[in-house]
Design a protein around this ligand. Structure first.
Ligand code: SF4
Length: 292
């Protein structure tokens, strides 16, 4: 159901890309243009870019586990065996910790959680979700809805907003009758402005890919960190047209730092200044900026 696009090098807007751009231009360069740095090797920059953190690990694994449970739910509504679930999570945690290096260890800032502690935290969040009315609602949806579920679709969520290339990667989309619901799992703190922006992007993603075949697109933020909570913002036509303007302006702003817009080649590193902020103390690239 999701449209595919032929590859083009041109810059694609996303919430996280513009967020990085607004936070620190140097970090933006390291993240999106590592092969263009004249001093540091691409591999050295990518090694830092690939560092994970405790928060990222928990977020990524909660998404993985919920994906597995939703795929299971498409076949069976049998109660999840908590003991087996915990063993499954422990196995995924062990694989993840073996595969990735942690920013906390790399910069020796603090000891990271043990595998058992990671397992407990992820297990708690997932069990919390399994005890919600939302999960019960999912269990009771008819077969024809379940067969159309789109769970963690591959790729980067490429879409078009107006004529612009954009990325809005949804976690879970489910058509139910004349509506399409979009659920987005959040394992961190609530960030109202950023998350609302993401949700409008998801609504546009669904409209574009489903060619407006649904009457309502209902995006939902599902917070799992504390007590389970949902935010279902009202999105008006004005919000959508304002959002399209914002995407245009933000894309133009980022393209101003390209020497070749069509090929998405950045200008020299001097056009991407560093910042002087306490944020540098948490940044994965601080070694390159000599702020470690
Ligand atoms: S360490 Fe600071 S200046 Fe350097 S990339 Fe990170 S946030 Fe930017």
């Amino acid at each position: 159901m999701i449209k595919k696009f032929p590859f083009t090098p041109i810059l694609g807007w996303s919430v996280s890309r513009y967020d990085t751009f607004s936070t620190c231009k140097r970090k933006y360069f390291y993240t999106y243009y590592p092969k263009f740095h004249s001093e540091y090797a691409e591999d050295e920059i990518k090694e830092l870019k690939n560092l994970t953190s405790e928060a990222l690990t928990i977020g990524s694994l909660v998404h993985d586990v919920i994906e597995t449970l939703l795929k299971r739910l498409q076949k069976s509504t049998e109660t999840v065996d908590a003991e087996k679930l915990k063993k499954f999570i422990a196995q995924r945690v062990a694989e993840y910790c073996k595969k990735y290096q942690f920013i906390e260890t790399y910069y020796q800032t603090k000891a990271i959680l043990s595998e058992a502690e990671f397992t407990e935290r992820i297990f708690d969040m997932v069990m919390k979700f399994l005890s919600t009315d939302r999960y019960q609602w999912l269990c009771q949806l008819p077969e024809e809805s379940k067969q159309q579920w789109i769970i963690e679709p591959g790729g980067f969520g490429e879409t078009r907003i107006g004529e612009l290339k954009a990325y809005c990667k949804v976690d879970f989309m489910l058509p139910v009758g004349k509506d399409v619901f979009i659920l987005d799992w959040k394992t961190g703190k609530e960030e109202v402005v950023k998350h609302r922006k993401q949700l409008i992007g998801y609504a546009l993603f669904a409209q574009y890919h489903f060619q407006n075949q649904f009457e309502n697109v209902i995006p939902i933020l599902s917070y799992l960190k504390e007590e389970y909570a949902e935010t279902i913002p009202e999105i008006t036509n004005e919000d959508i047209s304002e959002f399209e303007n914002t995407v245009q302006l933000e894309s133009d702003e980022m393209k101003q730092l390209c020497s070749n817009v069509e090929q998405n080649i950045p200008r020299g590193i001097d056009h991407f200044p560093m910042i002087d902020s306490k944020l540098c103390g948490y940044c994965e690239f601080r070694k390159l900026c000599k702020k470690d």
